[in-house]
Design a protein around this ligand. Sequence first.
Ligand SMILES: *[C@@H]1O[C@H](CO)[C@@H](O)[C@H](O)[C@H]1NC(C)=O
Ligand SMILES: *[C@@H]1O[C@H](CO)[C@@H](O)[C@H](O)[C@H]1NC(C)=O
Ligand SMILES: *[C@@H]1O[C@H](CO)[C@@H](O)[C@H](O)[C@H]1NC(C)=O
Ligand SMILES: *[C@@H]1O[C@H](CO)[C@@H](O)[C@H](O)[C@H]1NC(C)=O
Ligand SMILES: *[C@@H]1O[C@H](CO)[C@@H](O)[C@H](O)[C@H]1NC(C)=O
Length: 392
Amino acid sequence: MAQALSLGLLLAFLAIQSCIAIELTDHIDLWPMPTSVSHGTQRLYVSKDITMSMEGSTYPDEKGILKDAFQRLKFGVDESYNLSVPTAGYPLRVQIEAQTVFGALHALQDQMRLHADTSRHYLPVTVIKKVIDTMAYSKLNVLHWHIVDAQSFPIEIPSYPKLWNGSYSFSERYTTSDAVDIVRYAENRGVNVMAEIDVPGHALSWGVGYPSLWPSDSCKEPLDVSNNFTFGVIDGILSDFSKVFKFKFVHLGGDEVNTSCWTATPHIKKWLDDNQMNVSDAYRYFVLRSQKLAISHGYDVINWEETFNNFGDKLDRRTVVHNWLGEDVAPKVVAAGLRCIVSNQDKWYLDHLDATWEGFYTNEPLKGIDDPEQQSLVIGGENNNENFENTE
Ligand SMILES: *[C@@H]1O[C@H](CO)[C@@H](O)[C@H](O)[C@H]1NC(C)=O
Ligand SMILES: *[C@@H]1O[C@H](CO)[C@@H](O)[C@H](O)[C@H]1NC(C)=O
Ligand SMILES: *[C@@H]1O[C@H](CO)[C@@H](O)[C@H](O)[C@H]1NC(C)=O
Ligand SMILES: *[C@@H]1O[C@H](CO)[C@@H](O)[C@H](O)[C@H]1NC(C)=O
Ligand SMILES: *[C@@H]1O[C@H](CO)[C@@H](O)[C@H](O)[C@H]1NC(C)=O
């Protein structure tokens, strides 16, 4: 958004007031929790004759708003809004105040992320678009697209055209133009797309097209740390991504790395010895070298929390640490001055069927973080669903 806007969007609609008083308590079940809320006692219905009008806008006309709405949604855009509903008037005029069109959009949809995994289960483009629609209704504003993993590599990478040989089948693939289409569709609905490649641990499918990425034909994970080609491929993927996924962040995974193939494979064992590294050193080397590649393509990096737990002080200072294991890591991450995304699996993983809705709503990402400066380093929460199809 080039200029700061004062966008006063007035929504006028006919509302029928019912006589039923709503039972009220001090506790309001809203999520995400607004900065402040006050409420009345009447139930209102939105009329089918809803109309909208605009006031105090710096736009010359509605076309200007639409033009902005189709501009790229950037990280850090003011998405806040005030929504007030008067108690009397006919028709009732509901007022939305927002600084940008994206704030108004969220108000109409009365920040959160959603994780979709297309490696374990391929999702057709039309289904991803439906997910994005649903996100917009729920005010989720970042789609974490876990595109590739050990199981399949469904996306086209022009720099390394054999990578998608690792897809389940020819029809279970995304072309570059599919990805561009998805990103554009999401942005028009106020949703950013954050892509993930999970290295070095969750990348077995990469070696279907390029077997030298595997330590050996019998030991296929993690990616071969001793092979310079491995980093050439990561560089190529991130270079191609940077032309499609323009969001500020890319996710580089880094979780669940089982290094036993590295010591079991003679040429890698020799490389470790030659470079005086043990497997923990090599894991850190892999993550940090991949971070540098992502940064060289203009990205800020997100890594799963194991990277922080193992060598937090070595991570690039712009790293965002993505929590998933439990709830005690976020306070440590922000105390170390790094940013954090909270999605502890016991509360916010949608495929954890034992996680209750009550726990989901009351989960507090800022738990244990009292310093406002540290609180501001918690840049989001995320709902994860590793098994998307099961909950459709
Ligand atoms: C919402 O109202 C508050 C208090 O009047 C004001 O400070 C804030 O700037 C408003 N926000 C927007 C997005 O208009
Ligand atoms: C990759 O797929 C192409 C066809 O798309 C095929 O010609 C090639 O042999 C495959 N390579 C490997 C290593 O599977
Ligand atoms: C390793 O690959 C990088 C590109 O990723 C290249 O710049 C560098 O020269 C290569 N080094 C060796 C030793 O091959
Ligand atoms: C690590 O991988 C090796 C070889 O693939 C396997 O035997 C071992 O059980 C794995 N360890 C863990 C903790 O999963
Ligand atoms: C690897 O070496 C470092 C010291 O360089 C040591 O702190 C660490 O415990 C070692 N890790 C393993 C798994 O041996």
